[in-house]
Design a binder for this molecule. Structure first.
Ligand SMILES: Nc1nc2c(c(=O)[nH]1)N[C@H]1C(S)=C(S)[C@@H](COP(=O)(O)OP(=O)(O)OC[C@H]3O[C@@H](n4cnc5c(=O)[nH]c(N)nc54)[C@H](O)[C@@H]3O)O[C@H]1N2
Ligand SMILES: Nc1nc2c(c(=O)[nH]1)N[C@H]1C(S)=C(S)[C@@H](COP(=O)(O)OP(=O)(O)OC[C@H]3O[C@@H](n4cnc5c(=O)[nH]c(N)nc54)[C@H](O)[C@@H]3O)O[C@H]1N2
Ligand SMILES: [Mo]
Length: 759
């Protein structure tokens, strides 16, 4: 069977609803995997590709940042990893003829699903000023255009260089080097919308913005709390680790407004028993209200402090700072206020406490349910307080586990993709390359949009991602992007950002993870860092989608040569020929990468140092792990309103839509659904199956509306609603962000439902 052609547009969005499921993976998952993969890749390429995912000599799965088990199965991938691979390894192609047939105005009317389904982009494309469609352009001309616009800027800070977290360490290192040599720290990345809150909270409290546990730790834990995360869809391989932990006696508490199928029960497709029976994962489900987590952990902390012998006094004395202030604040925690903030029963919290006290080794895992709130940073700091109280950091089976999204988002930050780089990093970079990096901070994602909107930024360059699709306040963001002089997207597939452009625009097609990368110096590989600080190599084995594709490192190196010219002493040409020479430089600039080339050559790679995990060493301002005592916050909801979270369906990867089903939640054939508790829906006058417009309410008084959502009566926490992103990004105000991290608060949008004119 060869690949199937994509479906037409408008894609019918007519959601069908059945009862949600209570188990994830198992046989149906395998069927879905193969069906989707074969539609994109045909049978032969499917087999050839999927067998190389996450093998020690293969490529790193572009699906998520969850680490690989040391003992690998022949098929070390999951349903959603396979979809991510199929999406990239597809045999469908977007050629210059396609762009000739589809003017930009036409592309702008298409759904994200349709755009993505067209296939891999095969040639560099250029939209000239005033033109109505993209034309093929040579790479030489493309680099000249970028150089023209970048050199014409009044200041380097009028350029913005965005990164999405699939970019390899090598490409990321070159991009930040180029930006700094050019003269700006404007290096926003998807992390700004993702785990920035985790980074902020962890850096302040334990001195490093990364998780402290390994897979081994998960297997050894007594208690794993999974808060604000849906691993069944977004990190399916994590279920294998949870299953192992359970088999060794661990208990699991899930904290979530939704009963997520993967957390309820997991049918491991890689073991015969698992496939049929499956394992119950969650022992205690705390169905919390959106944004109630800080209050929950604060009360648990008070109860721990008030229980004789529950606090690890030695650890607190030897390794922490600020206990007294924190304990005083915790003692003020109030049962009634906590029950109101969380919507939980007293008995459920008491049960949780009993499990916490019974555990000698506790891990807390979290993702977007904790990071995308106004008070995300103090919430995560409260999680750290919770772990510090019982010494649950820096010993086996215990620690913090922020579960990262994009497969190399953590590595990109390690490589210096950061708008607020540490001075020590810049010092090392300057010394190695003989440059003078700017020391003033650059723009993050939200600030970049404001700068484009206000005419302070004029050139926008994206290394991957779908900036206008992923960012908040769609109308504002799109208008901002249209004000740019030049927008450039290094991309594998079409997306909304190619249709919403500056006066001039470029699409630069690039190799993906699965593609073979051959340069003058021979066959190349790249490296990535997973969610647990393991660095390993990734090498594709497929013939690229077209002979015109350039790799990401080569694109950056050639851009740098075009812009900086002979004045740059950096050996950009050498970097292009042999990525090993980039790794040599990384080894001299980034701590933990000493002898990089030799160590990454070992099967499985190597682990980066982590002070708290390795030696209870905390490089904070106090030299200890810091307890912190922020006031407890939780969202206040006006009468007749709902608090909306914007989340992922089972058939999407961020703004890439694989299909229109969300199998575990019982939704099929459409994405415009809003999940509301039956009692809330009825009180607001919406029957199951009725259609509503979602209207968000924000203090600026601007009306933001997402029309035509089918109301689904669903067992979510009271007062809370859920709908998919990116369709709902139009509702998230640009300045509704988390304190300190400036991450869009896309999990707490106050909305009202209005009867919909469009069914
Ligand atoms: N297949 C697939 N895999 C992916 C992705 C994808 O789109 N598709 N995206 C990748 C990326 S970039 C990321 S960051 C991760 C995202 O992984 P997740 O964070 O799991 O993604 P979301 O769909 O945003 O789900 C948020 C979860 O938190 C819960 N939640 C929301 N608000 C709250 C709250 O206030 N408190 C609590 N306790 N829970 C809450 C929601 O009900 C939901 O279960 O996944 C990565 N992996
Ligand atoms: N409302 C709301 N908004 C959110 C979120 C939410 O939960 N709610 N989540 C946020 C989060 S956690 C994240 S991480 C961001 C995601 O933001 P982004 O990372 O910007 O978005 P993606 O949809 O992952 O990007 C998809 C595009 O990347 C390109 N691409 C894929 N692979 C490659 C590659 O190998 N190289 C290159 N150069 N390009 C490639 C393809 O062209 C594809 O169209 O969205 C954020 N936005
Ligand atoms: Mo993310």
């Amino acid at each position: 069977m060869a690949a199937k052609p994509p479906a037409g547009d408008p894609v019918q969005d007519a959601p069908q609803v059945a009862a949600p499921q209570h188990a994830a993976a198992g046989l149906p998952a395998i069927g879905h995997t193969l069906k989707m993969a074969q539609q994109q890749m045909g049978v032969r390429r499917t087999a050839r590709t999927l067998l190389k995912v996450n093998q020690k000599d293969g490529f790193d799965c572009p699906g998520c940042a969850w680490p690989e088990e040391d003992k690998r199965h022949t098929a070390e991938f999951c349903e959603n990893g396979a979809k991510a691979v199929a999406e990239e390894a597809t045999l469908r192609r977007v050629t210059p003829d396609f762009f000739a047939a589809h003017p930009v105005a036409d592309l702008a009317t298409r759904s994200g699903y349709w755009l993505g389904q067209q296939g891999r982009i095969t040639q560099p494309m250029y939209l000239a000023e005033g033109a109505d469609r993209y034309d093929a352009v040579t790479w030489e001309r493309a680099f000249e255009i970028m150089a023209e616009e970048l050199k014409a800027l009044g200041s380097p800070d009028e350029a913005v260089f965005y990164t999405s977290g699939r970019t390899s360490n090598e490409a990321a290192f070159l991009l930040q080097l180029f930006a700094r040599e050019f003269g700006t720290n404007n290096l926003p990345d998807c992390s700004n919308m993702c785990h920035e809150s985790s980074g902020s909270a962890l850096t302040q409290t334990i001195g490093i913005g990364k998780g402290s546990v390994s897979l081994e730790d998960l297997h050894q834990a007594d208690l794993i709390v999974v808060a604000g995360q849906n691993p069944g869809t977004n990190h399916p391989r994590m279920l294998t680790a949870l299953e192992k932990a359970k088999a060794a006696g661990a208990k699991i508490i899930s904290v979530n407004p939704l009963p997520e199928a993967g957390l309820e029960r997991f049918k491991n497709p890689q073991t015969p028993r698992g496939m049929i029976k499956g394992a119950a994962l969650t022992d205690l489900f705390l169905q919390i209200r959106l944004g109630g987590d800080q209050a929950l952990f604060r009360l648990l902390n008070k109860l721990i402090i008030e229980t004789d012998g529950a606090v690890d006094q030695d650890f607190v004395r030897d390794h922490t700072h600020g206990f007294d202030d924190f304990a005083a604040a915790a003692r003020d925690a109030d049962w009634d206020e906590t029950l109101a903030a969380t919507g939980l029963e007293r008995s459920a919290i008491e049960q949780a406490l009993a499990m916490v006290l019974a555990s000698k080794r506790t891990i807390v895992c979290w993702a977007m349910g904790l990071t995308q709130h106004k008070h995300a940073v103090p919430t995560i700091r409260e999680v750290v307080n919770f772990l510090l109280l019982r010494g649950n950091i820096g010993r086996p089976g215990a620690g913090v586990c922020p579960v990262r999204g994009h497969s190399n988002v953590q590595g990109d930050r390690t490589m210096g993709i950061f708008e607020r780089p540490a001075p020590a990093f810049l010092d090392a970079l300057d010394k190695e390359f003989g440059i003078t990096s700017p020391r003033h901070h650059g723009f993050d994602v939200v600030r970049s949009i404001q700068a484009l909107r206000d005419g302070e930024a004029k050139v926008f360059f994206a290394m991957g991602g779908n900036f206008v699709g992923a960012t908040p306040d769609t109308d504002v963001t799109e208008a901002a992007m249209r004000r740019a002089r030049l927008t450039v997207h290094v991309s594998t597939k079409l997306n909304r950002s190619h249709a919403v452009t500056g006066a001039r625009a470029l699409i630069l097609p690039t190799l993906g993870r699965t593609d073979k990368d051959v340069q003058a110096g021979g066959k190349q590989f790249v490296t990535v860092e997973d969610s647990m600080g393991m660095v390993h190599s990734s090498r594709g084995n497929l013939t690229p989608a077209s002979p015109h594709l350039l790799s990401e490192p080569v694109i950056v190196a050639r851009l740098a040569r075009a812009v900086l010219g002979p004045a740059s002493a950096t050996p950009w040409e050498e970097f292009e020929k042999d990525y090993g020479t980039i790794r040599d430089r990384i080894s001299r600039v980034v701590p933990g990468f000493e002898d990089f080339n030799a160590r990454v050559a070992r099967p499985g790679g190597f682990t980066l140092p982590h002070g708290p995990r390795d030696a209870r060493r905390f490089t904070t301002d106090t030299g200890k792990a810091n307890f912190t005592a922020a006031p407890v916050e939780y969202p206040q909801l006006p009468e007749g309103r709902l608090l909306l979270q914007t989340l992922r369906s089972h058939d999407q990867y961020n703004t890439t839509i694989y299909g229109l089903d969300d199998r575990y939640r019982g939704i099929r054939g459409g994405r415009r659904v809003v999940l509301v508790h039956p009692d809330d829906a009825r009180a607001l006058g919406f029957a199951d199956g009725a259609y509503a417009d979602l209207v968000s309410e924000w203090k600026d008084g601007v009306e933001r509306r997402a029309p035509g959502f089918r109301v689904v009566h669903y067992p979510t926490a009271r007062g809370c609603a859920a709908a998919y992103y990116p369709e709902t990004n139009v509702l998230v105000p640009l300045d509704a962000t988390a304190d300190t991290s400036n991450t869009p608060a896309s999990k707490s949008v106050v909305v009202r439902l209005e009867q919909s004119a469009t069914a």
